[in-house]
Write a new protein. Structure first.
Length: 211
């Protein structure tokens, strides 16, 4: 049977979304906010919720952010569909699929989680609570859980400004969808720059012709 790049992209997207949501739902229904347990000394499951953009930044209103995400992922999905029909290598398509799946995974949280879960603050959240969720549609928070404190130390006191403070590397807490986005972007820049350049050049020519 001939391998279909389109079905390969669908498989990547579906597998990532399923595992991403299973992890998030498990954390949300089994852990309280800010609860953490150690898998190894350098890998913890640490439940936090991201109210805004990457690293918890809140630059714009949550509603506008959710709408922006939906528009952005729709554009990515459109171009992903187009490149599966063209002569691009599957590795390039797989990278775009990871970006798309990661973005969709976090959008699901933003759209639905505020409605289908109650707050996790001080309690384990119930699924579909009778009194309603902790927020309205498009105002949900993204569930994060992976924490890798690979290096934990105290900065020497002789270091200016930060001397004596605790230092943790890697301090960010993230989820599977975030990992997919970072992996897809890294692989694009490292291994598929030629395909990316061709794609961008094609889009530029199409826009020029349209003008």
């Amino acid at each position: 049977m001939k391998f279909s790049k389109g079905w390969g992209a669908v498989l990547i997207i579906m597998l990532l979304l399923v595992f991403d949501q299973i992890l998030k739902v498990w954390v949300k229904t089994n852990m309280q906010l800010h609860e953490s347990f150690e898998i190894t000394s350098w890998f913890h499951i640490s439940f936090t919720e991201n109210p805004g953009m990457a690293f918890g930044l809140e630059i714009i209103d949550k509603l506008y952010l959710s709408i922006f995400r939906i528009i952005a992922v729709s554009i990515i999905g459109y171009y992903l569909y187009k490149i599966t029909k063209q002569n691009y290598p599957f590795g390039f398509i797989a990278c775009i699929s990871l970006l798309f799946a990661g973005a969709v995974g976090n959008i699901i949280d933003s759209i639905f989680y505020g409605v289908i879960f109650e707050s996790s603050y001080g309690q384990v959240a119930a699924f579909m609570p009778e009194g309603g969720g902790y927020a309205t549609w498009l105002h949900g928070k993204v569930v994060d859980m992976f924490y890798f404190p690979i290096i934990e130390t105290v900065i020497p006191t002789w270091v200016p400004i930060w001397g004596g403070e605790q230092f943790v590397f890697f301090k960010a807490i993230f989820n599977l969808a975030d990992s997919a986005i970072c992996t897809g972007a890294f692989a694009l820049l490292m291994f598929h720059r030629e395909s990316l350049s061709t794609f961008l050049s094609t889009k530029k020519e199409e826009n020029t012709d349209a003008d």
